[in-house]
Design a protein around this ligand. Structure first.
Ligand SMILES: Cc1cc2nc3c(=O)[nH]c(=O)nc-3n(C[C@H](O)[C@H](O)[C@H](O)COP(=O)(O)OP(=O)(O)OC[C@H]3O[C@@H](n4cnc5c(N)ncnc54)[C@H](O)[C@@H]3O)c2cc1C
Length: 388
């Protein structure tokens, strides 16, 4: 069977990624999933090949590529059957440091991140009692001389156990004392080796996917003042600045998943014979696969539109959000179709379908849930009244 028709842009990059990803086949990902382990060997190989440093400028040892190329890297990992969720944080978290960090901070951390000596995989924003209503977060960082003292709690903070550094969002000025609720929050670099056990406690959350994520408790954690990124009080704005890249990279992962599901479905539908003919000859089986392909192709156009605007330095909030929405929807519908096409075999772990099905479901909720994208589009693009 020929390859599934996919966009031809960035063919060399795609080929290079595929040759790396081929070393980590379905069996590898099944074993990692079953052990609820971390794909250490895969992440190391990706780092050594320089792919996780794609967005880091060359002066800091990265390859200085654009978001379009970075998104192709994420897409190919998922298209090859892997899970970029194990390491995507590294791609977009360092953007915050790059855009808002001081020259000293960039010199201190970026070369290590580019070479793989340091991992910046984690970002701690979500809290158990405030959820999506981020500006009400309750974790505080209070300045005391040359340090900040942090108290509070976070939830769903991913990849802490496989990271050296974490970006933390905390309130530095009480909500009651700021003009706008988005003010008075700050971001910090937390050195996880210094913090864990000395004011920071981490408790893993067992969850539906093999996605290492945790509850985090802060009890008088001390962070040196020089670990503040940018200006005190502007942290929420800095986090928002990074979201367009994050949304677009996640959209690309969904696109990779969607093409994977479509490819698996069409192959199985062509080979599986029931009632003396391939099941794919039945329109009831082939039309949902065609539908999933159409939806994915359309989502992919929005993803590349978001990439090109971002890389040209243009505003792209609408496109990045819509790309994430369309791609997450396309991948979820493709997942459902793929599972249905496989019948009972879709549930067998050795086919990888059930694993990828669980993995792609996450994108409807994290890092942003679908309703919040509707809300963004309604308010910011369509001028509807603000609902919260
Ligand atoms: C596996 C996993 C990994 C994660 N990793 C990280 C991480 O590394 N760092 C981090 O900071 N966070 C992380 N998160 C958190 C994730 O970003 C949040 O779960 C997500 O943003 C939704 O927030 P919530 O769970 O608090 O849902 P809630 O805010 O409680 O919302 C619940 C539901 O209600 C809907 N809702 C809420 N308010 C409204 C409204 N006004 N209008 C319409 N609908 C509404 C939401 O869309 C959602 O569907 C992770 C989550 C998961 C599951």
């Amino acid at each position: 069977m020929n390859d599934i028709p996919r966009p031809d842009a960035h063919q060399d990059l795609r080929e290079a990624l595929r040759s790396l990803c081929r070393q980590f086949d379905g069996k590898y990902w099944q074993e990692v999933d079953e052990a609820r382990g971390y794909p250490e060997a895969f992440v190391n190989a990706l780092t050594e090949a320089g792919w996780l440093a794609a967005l880091i400028p060359q002066e800091y040892g990265g390859s200085g590529l654009g978001l379009a190329e970075a998104s192709v890297i994420m897409e190919e990992i998922n298209f090859c059957g892997g899970n970029a969720g194990s390491c995507h944080g590294q791609m977009y978290n360092m953007g915050t440091l790059l855009r808002h960090g001081s020259p000293e901070q960039k010199r201190q951390y970026l070369p290590g991140i580019a070479s793989g000596q340091l991992r910046l995989q984690s970002m701690a924003v979500t809290e158990p009692t405030t959820g999506t209503d981020t500006t009400k977060l309750k974790t505080t960082a209070v300045r005391q001389g040359d340090r900040y003292v942090v108290n509070g709690q976070k939830v769903w903070i991913s990849r802490i156990q496989h990271s050296d550094l974490m970006i933390l969002l905390a309130r530095t000025t009480p909500l009651a004392d700021v003009r706008k609720k988005s003010e008075g929050m700050s971001i910090f670099i937390v050195d996880l080796h210094q913090a864990i056990g000395k004011g920071m406690e981490v408790r893993p959350i067992r969850n539906m996917v093999n996605h290492e994520t945790n509850e985090v408790f802060f009890d008088n954690l001390e962070i040196p003042r020089e670990n503040l990124i940018g200006e005190e009080g502007l942290g929420f704005k800095y986090i928002l600045d990074g979201l367009n890249a994050e949304r677009t990279l996640i959209a690309a992962e969904c696109i990779g998943d969607a093409y994977w599901f479509i490819d698996r479905a069409r192959r199985y539908a062509s080979e599986r014979v029931v009632f003396d003919r391939p099941i794919g000859r039945n329109q009831g089986v082939q039309f949902p696969i065609a539908d999933a392909y159409i939806e994915t192709e359309a989502a992919n156009l929005m993803r590349f539109k978001a990439c090109s605007l971002f890389d040209a330095g243009q505003p792209c909030g609408g496109e990045a959000n819509m790309a994430k929405y369309l791609a997450a929807k396309a991948s979820w519908e493709a997942a459902n179709t793929c599972l249905q096409t496989h019948g009972g075999f879709g549930f067998a772990c050795e086919y990888d379908v059930e694993r990828k099905f669980r993995e792609t479901r996450l994108y409807q909720v994290a890092p942003i849930s679908t309703n919040l994208i509707y809300s963004y589009v309604a308010e910011h693009l369509l001028g509807l009244p603000r609902s919260f």
